[in-house]
Ligand binder design. Structure first.
Ligand SMILES: C[S@@+](CC[C@H](N)C(=O)[O-])C[C@H]1O[C@@H](n2cnc3c(N)ncnc32)[C@H](O)[C@@H]1O
Ligand SMILES: [Zn+2]
Length: 162
């Protein structure tokens, strides 16, 4: 069976995004709490991830200290990718490590976005193009640690569980 992330039939991935590159978009309405996508890939440690960085590219998410899920060959890349862009005012959250859910009702046509602070824990630094009033400007792999974001992520997680 082919390695592929699950994308809800209510979403489509890979179209051009106004935020950056390609994105993930709702094609039908989502209700809060509905599953948007489930990440698939090889479980690799940080050393393997670094050794294969060229192939892994953007397909990786961190699932635990020293562990990641990622594509490991170029032909797996497209199917493993979720194309979930970051937004400082996201409409998607996490339910566990690999399950992504709508945090609120989402209309057809909206780009599906997540705050990378929900899973990034590294030394990355990204100039954010979400363009929203709450934009942090620079998004880093340590944003989760900031009191503001930690409280916000916790609030979002609780909202999702309701
Ligand atoms: C998992 S990929 C998301 C899909 C990506 N747009 C693509 O076409 O491959 C993550 C990368 O997308 C870009 N990206 C995502 N959200 C962004 C944002 N809000 N501002 C700027 N770049 C962003 C960054 O290059 C980031 O490393
Ligand atoms: Zn932003």
């Amino acid at each position: 069976m082919k390695l592929a992330s699950y994308i809800s039939p209510k979403a489509t991935k890979g179209q051009r995004s106004a935020i950056e590159g390609r994105g993930l978009f709702a094609v039908e309405e989502f209700s809060a709490g509905e599953i948007v996508a489930i990440k698939c890939g090889h479980i690799v440690d940080s050393r393997m991830r670094a050794e294969h960085a060229q192939v892994v590219g953007n397909s990786e998410i961190k699932i635990a200290d020293e562990f990641h899920i990622a594509a490991m060959t170029p032909d797996e890349y497209e199917d493993v990718m979720l194309f979930l862009n970051h937004s400082c005012e996201p409409n998607v959250g996490v339910a566990g490590n690999i399950i992504f859910v709508a945090m609120r009702d989402i209309a057809a046509g909206e780009e599906l976005t997540i705050d990378y602070a929900m899973f990034d824990d590294d030394n990355s630094r990204m100039t954010c193009h979400c363009g929203l009033p709450a934009c942090r400007g620079i998004v880093t792999g340590q944003d989760w640690f900031e009191q503001f974001n930690f409280a916000r992520v916790a609030t979002l997680a609780v909202a999702r569980a309701d």
